[in-house]
Design a protein around this ligand. Structure first.
Ligand code: HEM
Length: 185
């Protein structure tokens, strides 16, 4: 019998770990949202009750404060490019070049929010927790890539993309917020 046939098969990689983590973090975010919004829930319910779905009112985009426009356009670009990066084969020239572009877009998306305080009347709001998290994890994810710590790099970037962008895209449509009014206000 050959040595290869005696070697026990490697254990199958744990499946669903990422999804479980994602579901857990979504739950935590939902709890934070519910706790942080308190009285605002009535306003949200009021805005939702008056929803009038319509084609996006692009004229309103140009009337937004410049810093919100910068945030919104870089966020949407990072969302699209991030989707491509998640799908393509990793480690090739495209991944490296587009990866740097993505890092630049995310830096501006997160950095611009330090100057947006519309939800909490002039102060940072609970959503700024995402900003702090992004500004810490993003440079670490780059560092891990440069050190060839692939698993850590992958986890961090997936966390930023799914945990940061997917959640922010959803909560950007909370009734009363800008995205909501573009489509439903
Ligand atoms: C495609 C994804 C995203 C969209 C469509 C989006 C959209 C917006 C818009 C329109 C605003 C202006 C405030 C308002 O809603 O009236 C805003 C504010 C903000 N966004 Fe995003 N955003 C996205 C991604 C992100 C990400 C990834 C982060 C975190 C790194 C983030 C953090 C924030 C913060 C902290 C504010 C300021 C909220 C406040 O006024 O207190 N957003 N976003």
């Amino acid at each position: 019998m050959s040595l290869a046939s005696q070697t026990p098969p490697a254990p199958a990689p744990a499946r669903g770990g990422f999804l479980k983590g994602f579901a857990l973090s979504m739950g935590v975010v939902a709890l934070i949202l519910a706790a942080a919004m308190g009285g605002a829930l009535d306003d949200i319910a009021g805005a939702a009750a008056q929803a009038r779905p319509h084609a996006p009112d692009l004229a309103r985009l140009t009337q937004l404060p410049p810093v919100i426009q910068v945030h919104l356009y870089t966020a949407l670009a990072a969302l699209a490019l991030g989707g491509v990066l998640m799908a393509v084969r990793k480690g090739r020239a495209f991944h490296r070049v587009a990866g740097w572009v993505w890092v630049a877009l995310v830096s501006v998306t997160a950095g611009s929010t330090l100057f947006i305080t519309s939800l909490n009347h002039g102060s940072w709001s609970f959503i700024h927790l995402f900003t702090g998290w992004t500004l810490i994890i993003l440079p670490l994810a780059v560092l891990w890539a440069r050190r060839r710590e692939v698993a850590r790099h992958r986890r961090a970037m997936m966390g930023l993309f799914y945990g940061g962008f997917a959640i922010n895209l959803i909560i950007a449509f909370i009734p009363g917020r800008t995205m909501w009014s573009l489509f439903f206000g």
